[in-house]
Design a protein around this ligand. Structure first.
Ligand code: FE2
Ligand code: FE2
Length: 320
Protein backbone atom coordinates (compact mmCIF):
# COMPACT_ATOMS: atom_id res chain seq x y z
CA UNK A 1 0.00 0.00 0.00
CA UNK A 2 1.34 3.43 -0.89
CA UNK A 3 2.25 5.58 2.10
CA UNK A 4 1.81 9.32 1.90
CA UNK A 5 4.84 11.49 2.50
CA UNK A 6 4.78 13.09 5.92
CA UNK A 7 4.42 16.63 4.64
CA UNK A 8 1.45 15.64 2.44
CA UNK A 9 -0.66 15.20 5.57
CA UNK A 10 1.17 16.56 8.62
CA UNK A 11 -0.18 20.14 8.60
CA UNK A 12 -3.77 18.92 8.25
CA UNK A 13 -3.44 16.11 10.79
CA UNK A 14 -2.06 18.32 13.54
CA UNK A 15 -4.77 20.98 13.06
CA UNK A 16 -6.73 19.73 16.02
CA UNK A 17 -8.38 22.91 17.33
CA UNK A 18 -12.16 23.06 17.29
CA UNK A 19 -14.84 25.47 18.46
CA UNK A 20 -16.14 24.25 21.81
CA UNK A 21 -19.93 24.30 22.27
CA UNK A 22 -20.49 22.70 25.68
CA UNK A 23 -17.87 24.84 27.46
CA UNK A 24 -16.35 28.26 26.87
CA UNK A 25 -12.87 28.64 25.38
CA UNK A 26 -11.62 29.82 28.79
CA UNK A 27 -12.96 26.67 30.42
CA UNK A 28 -11.24 24.50 27.82
CA UNK A 29 -8.02 26.49 28.11
CA UNK A 30 -8.00 28.11 31.59
CA UNK A 31 -5.91 31.31 31.26
CA UNK A 32 -3.65 30.61 34.31
CA UNK A 33 -2.55 27.34 32.66
CA UNK A 34 -2.80 28.26 28.97
CA UNK A 35 -1.12 31.68 29.31
CA UNK A 36 -2.49 32.65 25.93
CA UNK A 37 -2.01 36.41 26.57
CA UNK A 38 -5.69 36.96 25.81
CA UNK A 39 -5.27 35.69 22.26
CA UNK A 40 -7.98 33.41 20.80
CA UNK A 41 -7.36 29.96 19.37
CA UNK A 42 -7.20 31.19 15.77
CA UNK A 43 -4.28 33.51 16.62
CA UNK A 44 -2.37 30.54 18.03
CA UNK A 45 -3.16 28.38 14.99
CA UNK A 46 -0.55 30.47 13.13
CA UNK A 47 2.10 28.79 15.30
CA UNK A 48 4.31 26.81 12.90
CA UNK A 49 6.85 24.49 14.48
CA UNK A 50 10.16 24.34 12.58
CA UNK A 51 10.84 20.70 13.47
CA UNK A 52 8.10 18.38 12.35
CA UNK A 53 8.05 14.76 13.40
CA UNK A 54 5.30 12.17 13.44
CA UNK A 55 4.71 9.63 16.19
CA UNK A 56 5.85 6.58 14.15
CA UNK A 57 9.02 8.46 13.16
CA UNK A 58 9.59 9.43 16.78
CA UNK A 59 9.25 5.87 18.09
CA UNK A 60 11.68 4.49 15.52
CA UNK A 61 14.33 7.15 16.09
CA UNK A 62 14.05 7.02 19.89
CA UNK A 63 14.33 3.26 19.91
CA UNK A 64 17.58 3.51 17.94
CA UNK A 65 18.91 6.18 20.30
CA UNK A 66 18.19 4.07 23.38
CA UNK A 67 19.75 1.01 21.77
CA UNK A 68 22.93 3.03 21.11
CA UNK A 69 23.27 4.54 24.59
CA UNK A 70 22.48 1.32 26.48
CA UNK A 71 24.78 -0.74 24.22
CA UNK A 72 27.77 1.50 24.92
CA UNK A 73 27.03 1.30 28.64
CA UNK A 74 26.83 -2.51 28.50
CA UNK A 75 30.01 -2.80 26.44
CA UNK A 76 32.05 -0.63 28.81
CA UNK A 77 30.66 -1.86 32.12
CA UNK A 78 33.77 -3.91 32.91
CA UNK A 79 36.28 -1.40 31.64
CA UNK A 80 37.02 0.12 35.08
CA UNK A 81 36.78 3.60 33.61
CA UNK A 82 35.08 4.87 36.75
CA UNK A 83 37.66 3.33 39.11
CA UNK A 84 40.50 4.88 37.14
CA UNK A 85 38.91 8.29 36.60
CA UNK A 86 40.43 11.45 37.92
CA UNK A 87 38.68 12.51 41.20
CA UNK A 88 37.85 15.82 39.55
CA UNK A 89 35.94 14.03 36.80
CA UNK A 90 33.97 12.07 39.36
CA UNK A 91 33.02 15.37 41.02
CA UNK A 92 31.81 16.70 37.68
CA UNK A 93 29.58 13.64 37.21
CA UNK A 94 28.17 13.92 40.72
CA UNK A 95 27.36 17.60 40.20
CA UNK A 96 25.79 16.92 36.81
CA UNK A 97 23.62 14.00 37.87
CA UNK A 98 22.61 15.70 41.13
CA UNK A 99 21.47 18.90 39.48
CA UNK A 100 19.96 17.43 36.31
CA UNK A 101 18.50 13.92 36.72
CA UNK A 102 15.34 14.73 38.68
CA UNK A 103 15.03 18.09 36.95
CA UNK A 104 14.58 16.13 33.74
CA UNK A 105 11.70 14.21 35.27
CA UNK A 106 10.13 17.49 36.39
CA UNK A 107 10.54 18.81 32.84
CA UNK A 108 8.14 16.08 31.69
CA UNK A 109 5.45 17.83 33.73
CA UNK A 110 6.31 21.19 32.12
CA UNK A 111 6.10 19.62 28.66
CA UNK A 112 2.78 18.04 29.65
CA UNK A 113 1.40 21.51 30.46
CA UNK A 114 2.22 22.66 26.92
CA UNK A 115 0.82 19.39 25.56
CA UNK A 116 -2.58 19.90 27.22
CA UNK A 117 -3.07 23.63 27.67
CA UNK A 118 -1.38 25.39 24.75
CA UNK A 119 -3.85 26.81 22.26
CA UNK A 120 -1.35 26.11 19.45
CA UNK A 121 -1.93 22.63 17.95
CA UNK A 122 1.66 22.42 16.65
CA UNK A 123 2.99 23.13 20.14
CA UNK A 124 0.77 20.43 21.63
CA UNK A 125 2.18 17.96 19.10
CA UNK A 126 5.83 18.83 19.72
CA UNK A 127 5.34 18.89 23.48
CA UNK A 128 3.82 15.39 23.40
CA UNK A 129 7.11 14.12 22.01
CA UNK A 130 9.02 16.46 24.37
CA UNK A 131 7.25 14.98 27.38
CA UNK A 132 8.30 11.47 26.40
CA UNK A 133 11.84 12.81 25.82
CA UNK A 134 12.04 14.13 29.37
CA UNK A 135 10.77 10.88 30.89
CA UNK A 136 13.55 9.10 28.98
CA UNK A 137 16.15 11.62 30.23
CA UNK A 138 15.03 11.24 33.84
CA UNK A 139 15.09 7.45 33.66
CA UNK A 140 18.50 7.23 31.98
CA UNK A 141 20.21 9.73 34.24
CA UNK A 142 19.01 7.83 37.29
CA UNK A 143 19.86 4.42 35.87
CA UNK A 144 23.36 5.16 34.54
CA UNK A 145 24.87 6.55 37.81
CA UNK A 146 23.25 3.72 39.80
CA UNK A 147 25.87 1.40 38.34
CA UNK A 148 28.52 3.32 40.32
CA UNK A 149 26.77 3.61 43.70
CA UNK A 150 28.40 0.45 45.03
CA UNK A 151 31.82 1.93 44.21
CA UNK A 152 31.19 5.48 45.39
CA UNK A 153 28.25 6.25 47.61
CA UNK A 154 28.10 9.87 46.47
CA UNK A 155 26.81 8.72 43.11
CA UNK A 156 23.44 8.29 44.81
CA UNK A 157 23.17 12.06 44.60
CA UNK A 158 21.60 11.61 41.21
CA UNK A 159 18.44 10.77 43.15
CA UNK A 160 19.11 12.37 46.50
CA UNK A 161 20.43 15.85 45.79
CA UNK A 162 17.07 17.55 45.29
CA UNK A 163 15.94 16.45 48.76
CA UNK A 164 18.81 18.26 50.47
CA UNK A 165 19.49 21.88 51.28
CA UNK A 166 22.94 21.82 49.73
CA UNK A 167 23.33 25.34 48.33
CA UNK A 168 23.74 24.46 44.67
CA UNK A 169 20.66 22.23 44.86
CA UNK A 170 18.62 25.02 46.46
CA UNK A 171 19.56 27.18 43.45
CA UNK A 172 18.67 24.45 40.95
CA UNK A 173 15.38 23.57 42.64
CA UNK A 174 14.16 27.15 42.90
CA UNK A 175 15.21 27.96 39.35
CA UNK A 176 13.40 24.97 37.86
CA UNK A 177 10.34 25.65 40.04
CA UNK A 178 10.29 29.17 38.59
CA UNK A 179 10.66 28.40 34.88
CA UNK A 180 8.95 24.97 34.67
CA UNK A 181 6.59 24.18 37.51
CA UNK A 182 4.88 27.49 38.26
CA UNK A 183 4.36 28.90 34.77
CA UNK A 184 1.66 28.67 32.13
CA UNK A 185 2.13 26.74 28.88
CA UNK A 186 3.32 29.68 26.76
CA UNK A 187 5.70 31.00 29.44
CA UNK A 188 7.15 27.49 29.78
CA UNK A 189 7.75 27.40 26.04
CA UNK A 190 9.70 30.67 26.24
CA UNK A 191 11.49 30.18 29.56
CA UNK A 192 12.26 26.46 29.45
CA UNK A 193 12.64 25.61 25.78
CA UNK A 194 13.67 28.84 24.04
CA UNK A 195 15.80 30.26 26.87
CA UNK A 196 17.06 27.45 29.09
CA UNK A 197 17.33 24.53 26.71
CA UNK A 198 18.95 26.67 24.04
CA UNK A 199 21.17 28.73 26.35
CA UNK A 200 22.12 26.22 29.04
CA UNK A 201 21.42 22.64 27.99
CA UNK A 202 23.27 23.14 24.73
CA UNK A 203 26.44 24.18 26.57
CA UNK A 204 26.10 21.66 29.39
CA UNK A 205 25.38 18.62 27.23
CA UNK A 206 27.54 19.32 24.20
CA UNK A 207 30.52 20.75 26.11
CA UNK A 208 30.40 18.07 28.79
CA UNK A 209 30.10 15.29 26.20
CA UNK A 210 33.38 16.48 24.67
CA UNK A 211 34.97 16.65 28.13
CA UNK A 212 33.71 13.15 28.94
CA UNK A 213 35.24 11.77 25.75
CA UNK A 214 38.55 13.43 26.66
CA UNK A 215 38.35 11.92 30.14
CA UNK A 216 37.80 8.49 28.57
CA UNK A 217 34.25 8.26 29.91
CA UNK A 218 32.56 7.19 26.68
CA UNK A 219 29.44 5.89 28.42
CA UNK A 220 28.70 9.34 29.83
CA UNK A 221 29.68 11.07 26.57
CA UNK A 222 27.27 8.86 24.64
CA UNK A 223 24.50 9.26 27.19
CA UNK A 224 24.40 13.04 27.19
CA UNK A 225 24.95 13.29 23.43
CA UNK A 226 21.92 11.05 22.98
CA UNK A 227 19.88 13.28 25.32
CA UNK A 228 21.00 16.43 23.56
CA UNK A 229 19.57 15.21 20.24
CA UNK A 230 16.13 15.26 21.92
CA UNK A 231 16.77 18.63 23.53
CA UNK A 232 17.78 20.26 20.27
CA UNK A 233 14.40 19.17 18.82
CA UNK A 234 12.07 20.21 21.61
CA UNK A 235 14.09 23.38 22.36
CA UNK A 236 12.47 24.68 19.16
CA UNK A 237 9.02 24.78 20.77
CA UNK A 238 9.41 28.33 22.08
CA UNK A 239 10.62 30.14 18.92
CA UNK A 240 7.31 30.11 17.00
CA UNK A 241 5.45 31.13 20.21
CA UNK A 242 7.63 34.24 20.41
CA UNK A 243 6.70 35.03 16.82
CA UNK A 244 2.98 34.84 17.63
CA UNK A 245 3.42 37.05 20.71
CA UNK A 246 5.47 39.69 18.87
CA UNK A 247 3.02 39.82 15.95
CA UNK A 248 0.20 40.41 18.42
CA UNK A 249 1.86 43.20 20.42
CA UNK A 250 3.26 41.23 23.38
CA UNK A 251 6.98 41.69 22.75
CA UNK A 252 7.69 43.30 26.15
CA UNK A 253 6.10 40.45 28.14
CA UNK A 254 7.95 37.88 26.04
CA UNK A 255 11.25 39.71 26.53
CA UNK A 256 10.72 39.77 30.30
CA UNK A 257 10.34 36.00 30.38
CA UNK A 258 13.50 35.53 28.30
CA UNK A 259 15.42 37.87 30.63
CA UNK A 260 14.33 36.03 33.82
CA UNK A 261 15.13 32.58 32.40
CA UNK A 262 18.47 33.51 30.84
CA UNK A 263 19.61 35.23 34.04
CA UNK A 264 18.64 32.17 36.08
CA UNK A 265 20.30 29.81 33.60
CA UNK A 266 23.49 31.83 33.79
CA UNK A 267 23.47 31.69 37.59
CA UNK A 268 22.85 27.93 37.55
CA UNK A 269 25.65 27.45 35.05
CA UNK A 270 28.04 29.37 37.30
CA UNK A 271 27.03 27.13 40.23
CA UNK A 272 27.69 23.98 38.23
CA UNK A 273 30.95 25.21 36.72
CA UNK A 274 32.52 25.12 40.22
CA UNK A 275 33.44 21.44 39.97
CA UNK A 276 33.97 21.66 36.23
CA UNK A 277 36.46 24.52 36.47
CA UNK A 278 38.22 22.84 39.35
CA UNK A 279 38.59 19.74 37.23
CA UNK A 280 40.66 21.80 34.83
CA UNK A 281 42.43 24.07 37.28
CA UNK A 282 45.37 21.76 38.02
CA UNK A 283 46.18 21.59 34.33
CA UNK A 284 46.01 25.31 33.72
CA UNK A 285 49.12 26.31 35.70
CA UNK A 286 52.48 26.49 33.96
CA UNK A 287 54.11 23.93 36.27
CA UNK A 288 51.35 21.36 35.86
CA UNK A 289 51.08 18.79 33.12
CA UNK A 290 48.88 19.93 30.27
CA UNK A 291 45.58 18.25 29.59
CA UNK A 292 47.03 17.02 26.31
CA UNK A 293 49.85 15.21 28.09
CA UNK A 294 47.32 13.66 30.41
CA UNK A 295 45.21 12.60 27.44
CA UNK A 296 48.24 11.11 25.78
CA UNK A 297 48.72 8.71 28.64
CA UNK A 298 50.38 10.17 31.71
CA UNK A 299 48.39 9.49 34.84
CA UNK A 300 46.81 12.58 36.37
CA UNK A 301 46.84 11.04 39.83
CA UNK A 302 50.58 10.55 39.84
CA UNK A 303 51.82 13.57 37.92
CA UNK A 304 49.44 16.40 38.71
CA UNK A 305 48.04 18.08 41.80
CA UNK A 306 44.68 16.81 42.97
CA UNK A 307 41.67 19.01 42.39
CA UNK A 308 41.05 21.31 45.33
CA UNK A 309 37.29 21.27 44.98
CA UNK A 310 35.38 18.47 46.66
CA UNK A 311 31.75 17.53 46.29
CA UNK A 312 30.55 17.03 49.84
CA UNK A 313 27.28 15.23 50.42
CA UNK A 314 25.46 16.16 53.63
CA UNK A 315 24.67 13.12 55.72
CA UNK A 316 27.39 10.89 54.29
CA UNK A 317 30.32 12.54 56.01
CA UNK A 318 32.38 11.87 52.93
CA UNK A 319 33.82 13.89 50.13
CA UNK A 320 35.73 13.02 47.02
FE1 FE2 B 1 15.77 16.74 28.99
FE1 FE2 C 1 14.34 19.30 27.56
Amino acid sequence: MAVLNRMDWYDLARTTNWTPTYVTEDELFPPPLAGAFGLPQNAWEKYDEPYKQTYPEYVKVQRDKDAGAYSVKAALERSRIFENSDPGWKSVMKAHYGAIARGEYAAASAEARMMRFSKAPGMRNMATLGCMDEIRHGQMQLYFPHEHVSKDRQMDWAFKAYDTNEWAMIAARHFFDDIMMTRDAISVSIMLTFSFETGFTNMQFLGLAADAAEAGDHTFANLISSIQTDESRHAQIGGPALKVLIENGHKAEAQKRVDIAVWGAWKLFSVLTGPIMDYYTPWSTASSPSRSSWRSGSSPSSSAPSPTWAWTCPGTGTSS
